[in-house]
Ligand binder design. Sequence first.
Ligand SMILES: Cc1cc2nc3c(=O)[nH]c(=O)nc-3n(C[C@H](O)[C@H](O)[C@H](O)COP(=O)(O)OP(=O)(O)OC[C@H]3O[C@@H](n4cnc5c(N)ncnc54)[C@H](O)[C@@H]3O)c2cc1C
Length: 369
Amino acid sequence: MKRRDLIIIGAGPAGLSAAIEAAQYGLDVVVYDENALPGGQLFKQIHKFFGSKEHRARERGFRIGQQLLEEAGRAGVEVVLGAQVIGLYDGLIVQVVRGDRIERVRANAVVIATGASENMVPFPGWTLPGVIGAGAAQTMANLHGVRPGNDLLMVGCGNVGVVVAYQMLQAGCRVQAMIDASRAIGGYGVHAAKVARTGVPFFLGHTILQAEGDGKVESATIAQVDERWQPVPGTEKTFAVDTICLAVGLTPATQLSRMAGCTMVNLPGLGGLVPATAQNGATSVPGLYVAGDAGGIEEASSAMIRGRLAGLAAARRQGFADSQAAESRGQELHESLDRLRGGPFGERIRAAEELMHKALEKEAACQTA
Ligand SMILES: Cc1cc2nc3c(=O)[nH]c(=O)nc-3n(C[C@H](O)[C@H](O)[C@H](O)COP(=O)(O)OP(=O)(O)OC[C@H]3O[C@@H](n4cnc5c(N)ncnc54)[C@H](O)[C@@H]3O)c2cc1C
């Protein structure tokens, strides 16, 4: 069986950053991605990122992806596309499907950076063609140049909802309405304002009741919700739409961390069930790290720093980065992550991290009892 210093699963911002960092210290690194294109979510993100300059705000996502790929190439990282990892076993054995072959490769360390999947909400008619995830709409329009529909209803006004709604307007769709059960817009104000300026109405405190249509979506009915998020009779409104985009959150891809036997914790603030990790991504399985959305939903900016931290930790574990400079580099990355999570948008993450540490302390206490 082949052996590698470091195997990274997922070539999104977290995985590529982990690879670049580790390769700089001389590790032999391979990145597997099941997609035909590397870059994860970045390659469909045509908008300018938010946040601070230190965290690449005002740069467009796909350009950041291109830069990461070039950097990975210069650092000597091997990126293998069309390679789906289907197994991760004890002793850090990775099982990967490439074409019609299944290979098993042993690693000294593994970083799981498999991202997240979009949440769905079930309602009458939700299986009709025309009900899609907002991320799917973004992939169709920005990667394949295909408009998902002509008249859209966007369900969810968080970052994904407002960003994708604006991109659908740019693609020539009509966004008939934006709705959210919450009474506040969760997405960054700058993107919400861009959508609102085009005249798209926002219905906050509203939910979708049903999708109607004969074999495909032809209309959607929404209603106001009360303080217990129950529909208020008599407040229904129907919109003639052919597409309903769901932007109702993401769930970390934890299949591989669960398969590897990582200790898991349920933290709604991070998107649900996640592997318990230290800030450098180390899980309860020695040599196994998690970075990016696979360890809790955040953003590409933090996925890149979390990736770098995991790559550095994997290098240090194998004795590749035991210099004072590497020590300072770790410190610098931790501080950068803290600054990123320092603002009001980081509050959810900080609270979830605190719960994670409490869960870990409790587990340690149980093991020693
Ligand atoms: C519409 C939208 C707008 C956004 N805007 C911003 C923004 O402005 N700023 C910002 O910072 N963030 C933004 N984000 C969030 C950002 O895109 C994600 O947080 C980030 O991409 C997460 O990076 P990642 O590397 O963890 O995962 P991903 O980018 O999802 O990459 C995961 C990779 O893993 C691969 N993979 C998964 N499973 C396997 C497997 N079993 N085997 C092999 N490969 C596998 C996938 O193919 C994928 O390439 C946005 C997200 C969306 C959806």
